[in-house]
Design a protein around this ligand. Structure first.
Ligand SMILES: [Ca+2]
Ligand SMILES: [Ca+2]
Length: 498
Protein backbone atom coordinates (compact mmCIF):
# COMPACT_ATOMS: atom_id res chain seq x y z
CA UNK A 1 0.00 0.00 0.00
CA UNK A 2 2.73 2.38 1.00
CA UNK A 3 4.70 1.61 -2.17
CA UNK A 4 1.65 2.21 -4.29
CA UNK A 5 1.12 5.60 -2.68
CA UNK A 6 4.71 6.52 -3.31
CA UNK A 7 4.45 5.45 -6.92
CA UNK A 8 1.25 7.45 -7.39
CA UNK A 9 2.89 10.47 -5.82
CA UNK A 10 5.96 10.15 -8.04
CA UNK A 11 3.79 9.74 -11.09
CA UNK A 12 1.80 12.85 -10.18
CA UNK A 13 4.99 14.84 -9.71
CA UNK A 14 6.23 13.66 -13.08
CA UNK A 15 2.99 14.58 -14.84
CA UNK A 16 2.82 17.97 -13.15
CA UNK A 17 6.43 18.76 -13.89
CA UNK A 18 6.08 17.62 -17.46
CA UNK A 19 3.00 19.68 -18.24
CA UNK A 20 4.51 22.72 -16.56
CA UNK A 21 7.63 22.43 -18.67
CA UNK A 22 5.55 22.13 -21.80
CA UNK A 23 3.35 25.01 -20.71
CA UNK A 24 6.30 27.31 -20.19
CA UNK A 25 6.85 27.38 -23.92
CA UNK A 26 3.30 28.18 -24.88
CA UNK A 27 1.79 31.61 -24.27
CA UNK A 28 -1.47 31.94 -22.41
CA UNK A 29 -4.39 33.53 -24.23
CA UNK A 30 -6.71 36.08 -22.65
CA UNK A 31 -9.57 36.83 -25.04
CA UNK A 32 -11.80 39.76 -24.10
CA UNK A 33 -15.08 39.48 -26.02
CA UNK A 34 -17.23 42.60 -26.12
CA UNK A 35 -20.79 42.81 -27.41
CA UNK A 36 -22.08 45.46 -29.82
CA UNK A 37 -19.27 47.97 -29.22
CA UNK A 38 -18.58 50.35 -32.11
CA UNK A 39 -15.84 52.95 -32.44
CA UNK A 40 -17.12 55.11 -29.55
CA UNK A 41 -13.91 54.29 -27.69
CA UNK A 42 -10.94 56.53 -27.10
CA UNK A 43 -8.54 54.42 -29.12
CA UNK A 44 -10.66 54.68 -32.28
CA UNK A 45 -11.65 58.29 -31.71
CA UNK A 46 -15.24 57.68 -32.80
CA UNK A 47 -16.87 59.96 -30.23
CA UNK A 48 -15.37 62.97 -28.45
CA UNK A 49 -16.96 62.03 -25.09
CA UNK A 50 -15.93 58.36 -25.13
CA UNK A 51 -14.28 57.36 -21.86
CA UNK A 52 -12.28 54.14 -22.10
CA UNK A 53 -8.92 54.59 -20.33
CA UNK A 54 -8.35 50.87 -19.75
CA UNK A 55 -9.00 49.78 -23.30
CA UNK A 56 -7.01 52.77 -24.56
CA UNK A 57 -4.05 51.54 -22.52
CA UNK A 58 -4.39 48.05 -23.97
CA UNK A 59 -4.60 49.53 -27.49
CA UNK A 60 -1.47 51.60 -26.84
CA UNK A 61 0.41 48.54 -25.61
CA UNK A 62 -0.52 46.23 -28.44
CA UNK A 63 -1.48 46.63 -32.09
CA UNK A 64 -4.65 48.66 -32.57
CA UNK A 65 -6.43 47.53 -35.76
CA UNK A 66 -8.34 50.66 -36.78
CA UNK A 67 -9.93 49.14 -39.90
CA UNK A 68 -11.22 45.84 -38.51
CA UNK A 69 -14.55 44.34 -39.52
CA UNK A 70 -16.81 41.62 -38.26
CA UNK A 71 -17.58 38.57 -40.37
CA UNK A 72 -21.30 39.15 -39.89
CA UNK A 73 -23.15 42.04 -38.18
CA UNK A 74 -25.19 39.97 -35.72
CA UNK A 75 -24.14 38.31 -32.46
CA UNK A 76 -24.85 34.74 -33.55
CA UNK A 77 -23.35 34.63 -37.06
CA UNK A 78 -20.42 36.81 -36.02
CA UNK A 79 -19.45 34.64 -33.07
CA UNK A 80 -20.06 31.37 -34.89
CA UNK A 81 -17.71 32.51 -37.65
CA UNK A 82 -15.09 33.59 -35.13
CA UNK A 83 -15.29 30.63 -32.76
CA UNK A 84 -15.43 27.96 -35.49
CA UNK A 85 -13.11 29.89 -37.81
CA UNK A 86 -15.36 29.63 -40.83
CA UNK A 87 -17.06 32.12 -43.15
CA UNK A 88 -20.87 31.93 -43.28
CA UNK A 89 -20.70 31.08 -46.99
CA UNK A 90 -18.63 28.02 -46.10
CA UNK A 91 -20.58 26.92 -43.02
CA UNK A 92 -24.16 27.82 -43.93
CA UNK A 93 -24.51 29.66 -40.60
CA UNK A 94 -25.98 32.88 -42.05
CA UNK A 95 -28.77 33.95 -39.66
CA UNK A 96 -29.14 33.45 -35.89
CA UNK A 97 -29.12 29.93 -34.50
CA UNK A 98 -29.47 27.96 -31.34
CA UNK A 99 -26.59 25.80 -32.46
CA UNK A 100 -27.38 23.21 -29.82
CA UNK A 101 -30.55 22.60 -31.84
CA UNK A 102 -28.84 21.94 -35.15
CA UNK A 103 -29.75 18.31 -35.66
CA UNK A 104 -28.55 17.88 -39.23
CA UNK A 105 -24.87 17.33 -38.50
CA UNK A 106 -23.31 20.28 -40.37
CA UNK A 107 -21.23 21.27 -37.32
CA UNK A 108 -19.69 17.85 -36.85
CA UNK A 109 -16.69 18.59 -39.08
CA UNK A 110 -15.89 21.84 -37.22
CA UNK A 111 -13.60 22.22 -34.21
CA UNK A 112 -14.56 25.04 -31.84
CA UNK A 113 -11.51 27.16 -31.09
CA UNK A 114 -11.49 26.39 -27.33
CA UNK A 115 -11.59 22.67 -28.10
CA UNK A 116 -8.67 23.06 -30.49
CA UNK A 117 -6.64 24.77 -27.79
CA UNK A 118 -7.69 22.14 -25.28
CA UNK A 119 -6.54 19.41 -27.67
CA UNK A 120 -3.21 21.20 -27.80
CA UNK A 121 -2.58 21.17 -24.07
CA UNK A 122 -4.47 24.24 -22.93
CA UNK A 123 -6.76 24.72 -19.97
CA UNK A 124 -9.88 26.34 -21.45
CA UNK A 125 -12.16 28.60 -19.46
CA UNK A 126 -15.14 30.58 -20.73
CA UNK A 127 -17.10 33.22 -18.84
CA UNK A 128 -20.57 34.54 -19.77
CA UNK A 129 -21.04 35.64 -23.41
CA UNK A 130 -18.40 34.01 -25.58
CA UNK A 131 -20.67 32.37 -28.10
CA UNK A 132 -24.06 33.93 -28.63
CA UNK A 133 -26.25 32.80 -25.74
CA UNK A 134 -27.44 30.07 -25.38
CA UNK A 135 -24.81 28.58 -27.69
CA UNK A 136 -22.34 28.40 -24.84
CA UNK A 137 -24.14 25.17 -24.01
CA UNK A 138 -22.84 23.64 -27.26
CA UNK A 139 -20.30 20.92 -26.39
CA UNK A 140 -19.84 22.78 -23.15
CA UNK A 141 -18.23 19.97 -21.18
CA UNK A 142 -16.06 19.03 -24.13
CA UNK A 143 -14.59 22.36 -25.17
CA UNK A 144 -14.33 24.10 -21.78
CA UNK A 145 -12.56 22.82 -18.69
CA UNK A 146 -14.65 25.38 -16.86
CA UNK A 147 -17.49 27.47 -18.15
CA UNK A 148 -19.38 29.95 -15.99
CA UNK A 149 -22.18 32.29 -17.00
CA UNK A 150 -23.37 35.21 -14.89
CA UNK A 151 -26.62 37.15 -14.84
CA UNK A 152 -27.56 40.43 -13.22
CA UNK A 153 -28.96 40.41 -9.71
CA UNK A 154 -32.39 41.99 -9.48
CA UNK A 155 -31.82 45.51 -10.75
CA UNK A 156 -33.79 48.52 -9.55
CA UNK A 157 -33.89 50.96 -12.42
CA UNK A 158 -33.76 54.73 -12.02
CA UNK A 159 -36.07 55.27 -14.95
CA UNK A 160 -36.28 59.05 -14.93
CA UNK A 161 -32.50 59.31 -15.05
CA UNK A 162 -32.46 58.12 -18.64
CA UNK A 163 -34.91 56.68 -21.13
CA UNK A 164 -37.54 54.07 -20.28
CA UNK A 165 -39.96 53.86 -23.21
CA UNK A 166 -43.71 53.49 -22.80
CA UNK A 167 -44.88 51.20 -24.27
CA UNK A 168 -41.95 49.16 -23.03
CA UNK A 169 -39.26 48.21 -25.55
CA UNK A 170 -36.40 46.41 -23.86
CA UNK A 171 -33.82 47.29 -26.48
CA UNK A 172 -34.40 51.02 -26.03
CA UNK A 173 -34.03 51.14 -22.25
CA UNK A 174 -31.16 53.44 -21.32
CA UNK A 175 -31.00 54.25 -17.63
CA UNK A 176 -28.87 53.34 -14.62
CA UNK A 177 -29.84 51.06 -11.76
CA UNK A 178 -29.52 51.88 -8.07
CA UNK A 179 -27.61 48.68 -7.43
CA UNK A 180 -23.92 48.57 -6.59
CA UNK A 181 -21.68 47.45 -9.46
CA UNK A 182 -21.23 44.07 -7.75
CA UNK A 183 -24.82 43.22 -8.80
CA UNK A 184 -24.06 43.46 -12.52
CA UNK A 185 -23.22 40.37 -14.58
CA UNK A 186 -20.27 42.03 -16.34
CA UNK A 187 -18.69 42.90 -13.00
CA UNK A 188 -19.21 39.30 -11.83
CA UNK A 189 -17.66 38.09 -15.07
CA UNK A 190 -14.58 40.28 -14.60
CA UNK A 191 -14.26 39.22 -10.96
CA UNK A 192 -14.34 35.55 -11.91
CA UNK A 193 -11.58 36.20 -14.46
CA UNK A 194 -9.58 38.09 -11.82
CA UNK A 195 -9.83 35.15 -9.43
CA UNK A 196 -8.75 32.79 -12.18
CA UNK A 197 -5.67 34.91 -12.86
CA UNK A 198 -4.79 34.96 -9.16
CA UNK A 199 -4.62 31.18 -9.07
CA UNK A 200 -1.72 28.90 -9.87
CA UNK A 201 -2.07 27.16 -13.24
CA UNK A 202 0.00 24.24 -14.39
CA UNK A 203 -0.98 24.35 -18.02
CA UNK A 204 -1.15 27.26 -20.47
CA UNK A 205 -4.63 28.73 -20.41
CA UNK A 206 -7.13 29.95 -22.96
CA UNK A 207 -9.35 32.30 -20.97
CA UNK A 208 -12.35 33.83 -22.77
CA UNK A 209 -14.08 36.64 -20.91
CA UNK A 210 -17.37 37.73 -22.48
CA UNK A 211 -18.94 41.06 -21.52
CA UNK A 212 -22.54 41.78 -22.52
CA UNK A 213 -22.58 45.59 -22.32
CA UNK A 214 -22.85 47.73 -24.43
CA UNK A 215 -25.51 45.38 -25.77
CA UNK A 216 -29.00 46.74 -25.13
CA UNK A 217 -30.59 47.50 -22.69
CA UNK A 218 -28.08 50.15 -21.59
CA UNK A 219 -28.29 49.56 -17.83
CA UNK A 220 -25.19 50.31 -15.75
CA UNK A 221 -24.35 51.51 -12.25
CA UNK A 222 -25.26 55.16 -11.76
CA UNK A 223 -21.64 56.25 -11.46
CA UNK A 224 -21.09 55.35 -15.13
CA UNK A 225 -23.99 57.54 -16.26
CA UNK A 226 -22.73 60.35 -14.04
CA UNK A 227 -19.50 60.48 -16.01
CA UNK A 228 -21.36 61.78 -19.08
CA UNK A 229 -22.88 65.24 -19.09
CA UNK A 230 -25.43 66.59 -21.52
CA UNK A 231 -25.21 67.67 -24.26
CA UNK A 232 -24.11 64.41 -25.88
CA UNK A 233 -22.69 65.05 -29.31
CA UNK A 234 -24.79 63.34 -32.01
CA UNK A 235 -23.11 61.41 -34.82
CA UNK A 236 -23.21 62.86 -38.34
CA UNK A 237 -26.51 61.87 -39.92
CA UNK A 238 -27.76 62.70 -43.39
CA UNK A 239 -31.56 62.71 -43.22
CA UNK A 240 -32.21 61.36 -46.73
CA UNK A 241 -29.18 59.10 -46.78
CA UNK A 242 -31.18 56.09 -47.95
CA UNK A 243 -32.37 57.64 -51.24
CA UNK A 244 -29.44 56.30 -53.24
CA UNK A 245 -29.48 52.84 -51.63
CA UNK A 246 -31.26 49.83 -53.19
CA UNK A 247 -34.25 48.42 -51.35
CA UNK A 248 -32.32 45.34 -50.16
CA UNK A 249 -29.94 47.71 -48.39
CA UNK A 250 -32.63 50.11 -47.18
CA UNK A 251 -34.44 47.24 -45.52
CA UNK A 252 -31.47 46.82 -43.16
CA UNK A 253 -32.21 50.22 -41.61
CA UNK A 254 -34.04 49.68 -38.32
CA UNK A 255 -36.45 52.51 -39.13
CA UNK A 256 -39.11 51.61 -36.61
CA UNK A 257 -36.80 52.34 -33.70
CA UNK A 258 -36.72 55.97 -34.71
CA UNK A 259 -40.45 56.37 -34.14
CA UNK A 260 -40.43 56.21 -30.31
CA UNK A 261 -37.00 57.86 -30.20
CA UNK A 262 -38.25 60.89 -32.14
CA UNK A 263 -41.60 61.01 -30.34
CA UNK A 264 -39.91 60.97 -26.91
CA UNK A 265 -36.91 63.05 -27.94
CA UNK A 266 -34.80 60.18 -26.62
CA UNK A 267 -31.77 59.96 -28.90
CA UNK A 268 -29.50 61.94 -26.62
CA UNK A 269 -30.44 59.88 -23.56
CA UNK A 270 -29.91 56.65 -25.45
CA UNK A 271 -26.53 57.77 -26.79
CA UNK A 272 -25.52 58.70 -23.27
CA UNK A 273 -26.57 55.23 -22.15
CA UNK A 274 -24.42 53.70 -24.87
CA UNK A 275 -21.37 55.72 -23.78
CA UNK A 276 -22.03 54.79 -20.14
CA UNK A 277 -22.34 51.12 -21.05
CA UNK A 278 -19.03 51.14 -22.91
CA UNK A 279 -17.51 52.96 -19.95
CA UNK A 280 -18.74 50.24 -17.56
CA UNK A 281 -17.28 47.55 -19.80
CA UNK A 282 -14.04 49.53 -19.75
CA UNK A 283 -14.06 49.45 -15.93
CA UNK A 284 -14.46 45.68 -16.08
CA UNK A 285 -11.76 45.25 -18.72
CA UNK A 286 -9.58 47.28 -16.36
CA UNK A 287 -10.26 44.87 -13.49
CA UNK A 288 -9.15 41.92 -15.60
CA UNK A 289 -6.10 43.69 -17.03
CA UNK A 290 -4.96 44.86 -13.58
CA UNK A 291 -5.28 41.29 -12.32
CA UNK A 292 -3.22 40.07 -15.28
CA UNK A 293 -0.54 42.71 -14.70
CA UNK A 294 -0.22 41.70 -11.05
CA UNK A 295 -0.17 37.99 -11.85
CA UNK A 296 2.74 35.74 -12.69
CA UNK A 297 1.26 35.41 -16.21
CA UNK A 298 1.75 39.04 -17.21
CA UNK A 299 4.81 38.36 -19.35
CA UNK A 300 3.54 35.26 -21.08
CA UNK A 301 -0.06 36.08 -21.96
CA UNK A 302 -1.38 37.26 -25.31
CA UNK A 303 -4.32 39.62 -24.87
CA UNK A 304 -6.88 39.98 -27.62
CA UNK A 305 -9.94 42.20 -27.53
CA UNK A 306 -12.73 42.25 -30.09
CA UNK A 307 -16.34 43.29 -30.36
CA UNK A 308 -18.64 40.99 -32.32
CA UNK A 309 -19.75 43.90 -34.58
CA UNK A 310 -20.44 47.63 -34.50
CA UNK A 311 -23.57 49.67 -33.79
CA UNK A 312 -25.68 52.41 -35.38
CA UNK A 313 -26.98 55.25 -33.22
CA UNK A 314 -29.00 57.07 -35.86
CA UNK A 315 -26.64 56.95 -38.83
CA UNK A 316 -28.35 55.73 -42.01
CA UNK A 317 -31.57 56.31 -40.04
CA UNK A 318 -30.86 53.12 -38.17
CA UNK A 319 -30.27 51.77 -34.68
CA UNK A 320 -28.27 48.76 -33.60
CA UNK A 321 -26.58 46.44 -36.12
CA UNK A 322 -27.82 44.09 -38.88
CA UNK A 323 -26.49 46.12 -41.82
CA UNK A 324 -23.52 46.12 -44.19
CA UNK A 325 -22.58 49.75 -43.51
CA UNK A 326 -19.47 50.84 -41.65
CA UNK A 327 -21.28 51.54 -38.37
CA UNK A 328 -22.28 47.88 -38.12
CA UNK A 329 -19.27 46.15 -39.68
CA UNK A 330 -16.42 48.01 -38.03
CA UNK A 331 -15.25 46.76 -34.66
CA UNK A 332 -12.59 47.56 -32.10
CA UNK A 333 -9.85 44.96 -32.40
CA UNK A 334 -6.61 44.83 -30.42
CA UNK A 335 -3.93 42.16 -30.12
CA UNK A 336 -1.14 42.49 -27.60
CA UNK A 337 1.54 39.84 -27.82
CA UNK A 338 4.58 41.15 -26.00
CA UNK A 339 6.91 39.34 -28.39
CA UNK A 340 5.77 41.32 -31.45
CA UNK A 341 7.67 44.24 -32.96
CA UNK A 342 4.61 46.27 -33.95
CA UNK A 343 3.36 46.89 -30.42
CA UNK A 344 2.30 50.46 -29.74
CA UNK A 345 1.34 51.07 -33.37
CA UNK A 346 -1.91 51.28 -35.29
CA UNK A 347 -2.69 49.07 -38.25
CA UNK A 348 -4.94 50.81 -40.79
CA UNK A 349 -5.12 47.86 -43.19
CA UNK A 350 -8.51 46.17 -43.60
CA UNK A 351 -8.68 43.04 -41.46
CA UNK A 352 -11.53 40.75 -40.48
CA UNK A 353 -12.36 38.93 -37.26
CA UNK A 354 -12.42 35.76 -39.35
CA UNK A 355 -8.64 35.86 -38.85
CA UNK A 356 -8.76 35.42 -35.07
CA UNK A 357 -8.66 31.60 -35.11
CA UNK A 358 -5.57 31.29 -37.34
CA UNK A 359 -3.83 34.22 -35.71
CA UNK A 360 -4.16 32.84 -32.19
CA UNK A 361 -3.04 29.38 -33.31
CA UNK A 362 -0.05 30.88 -35.06
CA UNK A 363 0.94 32.96 -32.01
CA UNK A 364 0.55 29.89 -29.79
CA UNK A 365 2.64 27.79 -32.15
CA UNK A 366 -0.05 25.24 -32.92
CA UNK A 367 -1.53 24.24 -36.27
CA UNK A 368 -5.10 24.89 -37.38
CA UNK A 369 -7.75 22.45 -38.61
CA UNK A 370 -7.64 22.38 -42.43
CA UNK A 371 -11.11 23.86 -43.00
CA UNK A 372 -10.37 27.08 -41.06
CA UNK A 373 -10.78 30.29 -43.09
CA UNK A 374 -8.81 33.51 -42.89
CA UNK A 375 -5.11 34.16 -42.47
CA UNK A 376 -2.75 34.71 -39.56
CA UNK A 377 -2.32 38.42 -38.81
CA UNK A 378 1.09 37.82 -37.30
CA UNK A 379 2.90 39.72 -40.12
CA UNK A 380 0.85 42.84 -39.23
CA UNK A 381 1.64 42.40 -35.55
CA UNK A 382 5.29 42.74 -36.47
CA UNK A 383 4.78 45.38 -39.14
CA UNK A 384 1.41 47.16 -38.86
CA UNK A 385 2.01 49.27 -41.97
CA UNK A 386 2.58 46.25 -44.21
CA UNK A 387 0.18 46.53 -47.15
CA UNK A 388 -2.69 44.08 -47.11
CA UNK A 389 -4.20 43.38 -50.53
CA UNK A 390 -7.18 41.25 -49.57
CA UNK A 391 -10.23 43.15 -48.31
CA UNK A 392 -12.19 42.46 -45.14
CA UNK A 393 -15.49 40.82 -46.04
CA UNK A 394 -18.73 40.92 -44.08
CA UNK A 395 -21.71 38.67 -44.84
CA UNK A 396 -25.29 39.38 -43.79
CA UNK A 397 -27.62 36.68 -45.09
CA UNK A 398 -26.86 34.41 -48.02
CA UNK A 399 -26.00 36.49 -51.07
CA UNK A 400 -25.32 39.78 -49.24
CA UNK A 401 -21.64 40.74 -48.98
CA UNK A 402 -19.62 43.86 -48.40
CA UNK A 403 -15.90 44.23 -49.10
CA UNK A 404 -13.80 46.83 -47.32
CA UNK A 405 -10.43 47.85 -48.67
CA UNK A 406 -8.44 50.81 -47.41
CA UNK A 407 -10.09 53.09 -49.96
CA UNK A 408 -13.41 51.46 -50.91
CA UNK A 409 -16.50 49.77 -49.62
CA UNK A 410 -18.23 47.64 -52.23
CA UNK A 411 -21.51 45.90 -51.34
CA UNK A 412 -23.55 43.48 -53.38
CA UNK A 413 -26.96 42.19 -52.30
CA UNK A 414 -28.64 38.89 -53.14
CA UNK A 415 -30.65 40.53 -55.95
CA UNK A 416 -27.55 41.94 -57.66
CA UNK A 417 -28.06 45.52 -56.47
CA UNK A 418 -24.98 47.34 -55.22
CA UNK A 419 -23.39 50.10 -53.19
CA UNK A 420 -19.97 51.62 -53.65
CA UNK A 421 -18.32 54.22 -51.44
CA UNK A 422 -15.03 56.02 -51.74
CA UNK A 423 -13.96 55.94 -48.10
CA UNK A 424 -11.12 58.40 -48.64
CA UNK A 425 -13.50 61.13 -49.80
CA UNK A 426 -16.70 59.98 -48.14
CA UNK A 427 -15.97 58.38 -44.78
CA UNK A 428 -19.67 58.55 -43.80
CA UNK A 429 -20.74 56.51 -46.83
CA UNK A 430 -23.29 59.11 -47.90
CA UNK A 431 -22.84 58.96 -51.69
CA UNK A 432 -23.43 55.63 -53.37
CA UNK A 433 -21.30 55.53 -56.52
CA UNK A 434 -22.49 52.11 -57.70
CA UNK A 435 -24.57 53.48 -60.59
CA UNK A 436 -21.75 55.65 -61.92
CA UNK A 437 -20.45 53.95 -65.12
CA UNK A 438 -16.98 55.24 -64.31
CA UNK A 439 -16.70 52.55 -61.64
CA UNK A 440 -18.10 49.61 -63.58
CA UNK A 441 -14.73 47.94 -64.03
CA UNK A 442 -13.75 48.53 -60.41
CA UNK A 443 -16.95 46.88 -59.20
CA UNK A 444 -16.42 43.97 -61.57
CA UNK A 445 -12.90 43.51 -60.31
CA UNK A 446 -14.06 43.45 -56.68
CA UNK A 447 -16.83 41.00 -57.47
CA UNK A 448 -14.73 38.67 -59.62
CA UNK A 449 -11.76 38.66 -57.32
CA UNK A 450 -13.21 38.56 -53.85
CA UNK A 451 -16.88 37.62 -53.66
CA UNK A 452 -17.61 33.95 -52.93
CA UNK A 453 -17.98 31.77 -56.00
CA UNK A 454 -19.79 29.10 -54.05
CA UNK A 455 -22.20 29.42 -51.18
CA UNK A 456 -22.95 26.70 -48.65
CA UNK A 457 -26.69 26.15 -48.35
CA UNK A 458 -28.23 27.70 -45.27
CA UNK A 459 -28.44 25.26 -42.36
CA UNK A 460 -32.14 24.65 -41.88
CA UNK A 461 -32.32 23.37 -38.31
CA UNK A 462 -31.84 25.45 -35.18
CA UNK A 463 -32.66 28.82 -36.77
CA UNK A 464 -33.63 31.29 -34.07
CA UNK A 465 -33.86 34.79 -35.51
CA UNK A 466 -34.03 35.52 -39.20
CA UNK A 467 -34.19 39.24 -39.76
CA UNK A 468 -32.51 39.84 -43.10
CA UNK A 469 -33.67 39.90 -46.71
CA UNK A 470 -31.44 37.39 -48.47
CA UNK A 471 -31.32 34.77 -51.19
CA UNK A 472 -33.27 32.30 -49.07
CA UNK A 473 -35.96 34.68 -47.88
CA UNK A 474 -36.02 37.77 -50.07
CA UNK A 475 -39.44 39.23 -49.23
CA UNK A 476 -40.37 39.34 -45.57
CA UNK A 477 -37.94 41.91 -44.20
CA UNK A 478 -38.45 44.19 -47.20
CA UNK A 479 -42.21 44.07 -46.67
CA UNK A 480 -41.87 44.93 -43.02
CA UNK A 481 -39.51 47.79 -43.92
CA UNK A 482 -42.14 49.19 -46.29
CA UNK A 483 -44.75 48.93 -43.56
CA UNK A 484 -42.55 50.82 -41.11
CA UNK A 485 -41.90 53.39 -43.77
CA UNK A 486 -45.63 54.08 -44.01
CA UNK A 487 -45.90 54.40 -40.21
CA UNK A 488 -43.04 56.84 -40.42
CA UNK A 489 -44.96 59.04 -42.80
CA UNK A 490 -48.15 58.84 -40.74
CA UNK A 491 -46.22 59.86 -37.60
CA UNK A 492 -45.12 63.02 -39.39
CA UNK A 493 -41.43 62.15 -39.20
CA UNK A 494 -39.14 63.17 -41.99
CA UNK A 495 -39.06 60.03 -44.13
CA UNK A 496 -35.56 58.86 -44.94
CA UNK A 497 -36.08 59.17 -48.67
CA UNK A 498 -37.20 62.83 -48.75
CA1 LIG B 1 -23.47 41.50 -30.52
CA1 LIG C 1 -26.72 57.96 -49.27
Amino acid sequence: MHKLKLLASLLLTFITFNSFAEGAEKPNILMLCVDDMNDWVGFLDGHPQALTPNMDKLAANGVNFTNAHCTSPGCSPSRNALMFGIEPHNSGLYPFYDIVEITTGELDRLTPMPLHFKNNGYETVGITKVYHNPDNAYMQDVQWDDYKSFGDSKLKLIKDYGYYPEPYQKRLVACPAENPKEDFRDFKTAKYAKKFLEKKHYKPFFLSVGFILPHTPFITPKENYDRFNFPIQPPKIKANDLTDIPIAGQSNAQLYVEIPMARDNAWEKVRRGYLASINFTDDNVGMVMNALEKSEYADNTIVILWSDHGFHLGEKRSFSKFSLWEEATRTPFIIWDRRRKGNGQKCHEPVGLINVYKTLCDLAGIGTPSYVDGISLRPWLDNPSKEKISPAMTTWGRGNYTLRTKKWRYTRYFDGTEELYNKTQDSNEWTNLADNPEYASLKKEFADKWLPKKEAPQIKTGIKLYNVADADRPERVIQSYKKHYKTFQSEGLQPPLD
